[in-house]
Design a binder for this molecule. Structure first.
Ligand SMILES: CSC[C@@H](O)[C@@H](O)C(=O)COP(=O)(O)O
Ligand SMILES: [Zn+2]
Length: 249
C-alpha cells in the first residue's frame, strides 16, 4: 500500500520493530552520520550538497537525503533502509519531498560486495585532481608507493604499491553503480574507487575504518599531486630504498 508520500507503509514486525536507535554495543549511527558530515564539510569533502556517508548496522542502513546541505543534516532527516532489500523503512516524515541520496546504489555496492559497515563519498578536490594525473588517466587506476600513509590502508605496507581503480563519471550518480561494482570485483584488494572528475568512494568494516581509509587516501592524493607538480614520480620506489634494491638484485 502506498502512503501519501509515495513510500510504502511498512507493517511493523512486532518482534523486530523498525527503530531509529541502534544495535547494542555500537555508537548511535545517526549521530555518527550527522557528525561526520559536519566534519567532512569542514574538510571540503562534502560541499555544495555533494558527497556523503552511509552506515550499516545489522538490519539497518542509515543514509542522508539527496540534495541537502550535508553539514546541516538533522537526526530526523536521516533515512533508514533495510540492509538486505534496500527498502526504505523510515523516512523524514517532516519533509515528504525529500528523497534518499542518489549515492544509494553505490553505498549498497560497498555493503553487499565488501560487507562494509560504512561507505564515504567525497568530492575532495585532491581526489578529483588525482583522477586527472597523467599516470592515472593512462592506466585508469591510481598507483602510489613508498609513503608512510599507505600503511593506513588495511593490508598495505610502506613498500607496497597501492592501486585504486578509476571509473568514468556519468550524468547521474546512480548510473555509476555498475561500473563501480565491476571495478570492485576486478580490484578485490582496493578499499575504494575513484570517479574521474567527480570524487571518491571508500569503505571499511565500520565508520572508523572507512574514515581512516578516506583520510589516508586524501593525504596520498594530495602528496601525489604535489610530487607530480615537483617533477617527482610517486608511482616508483625511491632509488635509495635498500629493501627494494636488495629485492631487485
Ligand atoms: C552537487 S550535486 C552532487 C550530486 O550529484 C552527487 O554527485 C553527490 O555526491 C550527492 O548526491 P546526493 O543525492 O545529494 O546525496
Ligand atoms: Zn558525488
Amino acid at each position: 500500500m502506498n502512503g501519501a508520500n509515495g513510500y510504502r507503509t511498512l507493517k511493523e514486525d512486532p518482534e523486530r520493530p523498525i527503530q531509529r536507535d541502534y544495535e547494542r554495543g555500537h555508537e548511535d549511527p545517526i549521530s555518527v552520520l550527522t557528525g561526520l558530515c559536519r566534519e567532512m564539510y569542514r574538510l571540503g569533502w562534502v560541499t555544495g550538497t555533494g558527497g556523503g556517508i552511509s552506515l550499516r548496522q545489522g538490519r539497518f542502513v542509515y543514509m542522508a537525503p539527496s540534495g541537502v546541505q550535508k553539514e546541516r543534516i538533522r537526526p530526523d532527516d536521516v533515512f533508514v533502509l533495510d540492509s538486505e532489500s534496500g527498502e526504505v523503512l523510515c523516512r523524514p516524515e517532516h519533509a515528504p519531498t525529500l528523497r534518499v541520496s542518489q549515492c544509494c546504489p553505490l553505498f549498497f555496492n560497498a555493503f553487499r560486495l565488501r560487507d562494509a559497515g560504512a561507505c564515504i563519498h567525497t568530492h575532495s578536490p585532491v581526489a578529483v585532481m588525482a583522477t586527472m594525473l597523467p599516470a592515472t588517466e593512462l592506466e585508469s587506476e591510481f598507483r602510489i608507493t613508498h609513503l608512510e600513509m599507505i600503511k593506513g590502508l588495511p593490508g598495505y605496507g610502506y613498500h607496497d604499491t597501492l592501486v585504486i581503480p578509476l571509473i568514468d563519471n556519468t550524468a547521474q550518480e546512480e548510473e555509476l553503480a555498475g561500473a563501480m561494482a565491476e571495478a570492485m570485483k576486478r580490484y578485490a584488494r582496493s578499499p575504494a574507487v575513484l570517479v574521474r572528475r567527480h570524487g571518491l568512494y571508500a569503505w571499511g568494516r565500520d565508520y572508523t575504518e572507512a574514515k581512516t581509509v578516506t583520510e589516508c587516501l586524501d593525504y596520498l592524493f594530495d602528496i601525489a599531486v604535489r610530487m607530480h607538480s615537483a617533477g617527482l614520480d610517486y608511482t616508483k620506489a625511491p632509488q635509495n630504498c635498500l629493501q627494494c634494491s636488495a629485492a631487485d638484485r
